[in-house]
Design a protein. Structure first.
Length: 89
């Protein structure tokens, strides 16, 4: 998708993503320190992961397992100021 966008369209798309995810109400997020992954039942984040990090997540039943570092990158990029992000260890 992003390969077909002009730079102006990409900027608008990224701005819309930031607006969406800064206002998203996240369900609780768990961390599995043994495997260094973030676990969430918030399936809506799948679209963002497919856009940004296709190779760094997988779905197990209704749970998304995201590489911890990939999650931190999308958090910094799209929802760094979202207070509803709660990571439970």
């Amino acid at each position: 998708m992003k390969d077909n966008l002009t730079i102006e369209e990409l900027l608008e798309f990224e701005t819309l993503l930031v607006e969406k995810w800064e206002n998203h109400v996240f369900s609780p997020i768990r961390i599995d320190e043994k495997f260094n992954v973030i676990l969430t039942n918030d399936l809506e984040i799948k679209e963002l992961l497919e856009y940004s990090f296709k190779e760094h997540f997988h779905i197990i039943y209704q749970t998304i397992a995201i590489d911890y570092n990939a999650f931190k990158i999308i958090q910094l990029r799209y929802f760094r100021n979202n207070d509803t992000v709660q990571i439970i260890t």
